[in-house]
Design a protein around this ligand. Structure first.
Ligand code: GRF
Length: 228
């Protein structure tokens, strides 16, 4: 199909980019995605914005009772629970959980995986099979203040302890490391006098909600032809 001949209707015929959102907590980043993409918005009359042909196919949590699952149910999006098998040693536990998630991805023809406050680390085939098709949001300006164990309040405490005057968030591709994949975008937020980890986290979270939607749109454009 040569682009010169494509009409605005073509993108409506395209299969949407199916997204799997991985969560562990309250899900405010998920909510930002639901607000932006929960219903496939047809492209505008110019035929651009094909990137909006995005569908949140499912939300998956590794923790029971995650508020994010409630948000998914409220939006009529399949809400899945896959808990790590605590009987297994860490490497096998990660592998086994990753294989279950990969099975879900194949079943639902997932084109992009979005880590939105997901605390488990994945390993094995999923890293290879979804290389370049997984993004994570981290509440700091990587490469600083990232890595294993660096999540939630701990990140903001470390930023304050280091005397940083600026913080922010990072959307990056997921690779076999923790918070080490190529950076797609960053949004900054000032560290203000008297800031606590909680007040800084709140300010950064506002930037995260914008960045995660931008990151998904960037990836959908990158994955041009995701419908083929
Ligand atoms: C966010 O700050 C995110 O960057 C971090 O975990 C927090 C999750 O927030 N990984 P929410 O569950 O999306 O509200």
């Amino acid at each position: 199909m040569s682009s010169a001949l494509s009409s605005p209707l073509d993108s409506q015929k395209k299969k949407p980019l199916n997204i799997l959102v991985l969560v562990s907590g309250g899900g405010t980043n998920l909510q930002a995605l639901l607000n932006a993409f929960s219903k496939s918005t047809p492209p505008d009359s110019s035929g651009d914005n094909v990137t909006r042909n995005i569908k949140i196919a499912a939300v998956l949590s590794d923790r029971e009772g995650a508020g994010a699952l409630e948000r998914a149910r409220a939006a009529n999006i399949p809400a899945l629970l896959e808990k790590p098998d605590s009987r297994l040693p860490k490497p096998q536990r990660r592998q086994e959980l990753s294989d279950r998630i990969l099975h879900v991805c194949r079943e639902k023809q997932i084109g992009l995986i979005v880590f939105a406050g997901f605390l488990s680390i994945l390993a094995g085939d999923i890293i290879k099979e979804y290389s370049g098709k997984m993004i994570n949001i981290h509440p700091a300006l990587l490469p600083k203040f990232g890595g294993e164990g660096m999540h939630g309040e701990r990140v903001h405490k470390a930023v304050l302890a280091a005397g940083e005057t600026e913080s922010g968030c990072t959307v990056h591709l997921v690779d076999a490391g923790t918070d080490t994949g190529p950076i797609l975008l960053q949004r900054k937020a000032p560290v203000l006098p008297g800031d606590t980890a909680a007040s800084l986290a709140e300010r950064v979270l506002k930037e995260e909600h914008i960045a995660i939607v931008e990151g998904v749109n960037m990836m959908a454009a990158k994955l041009e032809g995701y419908n083929e």
